[in-house]
Design a protein around this ligand. Sequence first.
Ligand SMILES: [Zn+2]
Length: 166
Amino acid sequence: MARERTAYHCDQCGFVVPKWVGRCPDCKAWGSVVEAGPTATRKVPAGPVSAPALPIAQVEVEAARARPTGVAELDRVLGSGLVPGAVILLAGEPGVGKSTLLLEVAQSYASSGTGRALVVTGEESTAQVRLRAERTGALSEKPLPGGRDRTDRGAGPPRRRLSRGC
Ligand SMILES: [Zn+2]
C-alpha cells in the first residue's frame, strides 16, 4: 500500500526537501521551508524470486570461499585470497610493483594446478611481460601473457583475468 509522505519546499527558492528543516539547504534562508502537501509514492513490484529461501545453515558456501593466491602478504590483505567472481582493484603509484605482483600471483596460481591464469595488459607487450617474468622468476609455461598482439592471434578464452593495465 502506497504511503503518503509530506513534502516541504523553500518559499524563497523552491528547493524541495523530504522533511522540515529550519534553514533551506540550497539558498540558506532561515524559516523559509514550508509544508507543500502530500506527495504520491509509487509502488514498485518485487522481482521474480531467483532462488528459494533456505535456512542459513543450508546455504552452499564453497563458491564464495577465498582461494589462496600463493603470495602470503596478498592473501592476508585480501582476507585469505581471491574469491571467484570478485573484482579487485589494485592501485598504486607507477613503479611500485603492481604488475610484478600480479604476474607472481598468476604464476603461483597456474603452477598450483588449480587452473590456468591469463595476464591481460593494455600497456605492455607480451615481450615486456616475458622479460618481467624472467627478472622475477615467474617464467613458466603456465601463465599466458595476453597483450593485444597475443589476443589478436587468438590466445583462447581467458579463464581468469588477473591483471589489466597495471
Ligand atoms: Zn531556499
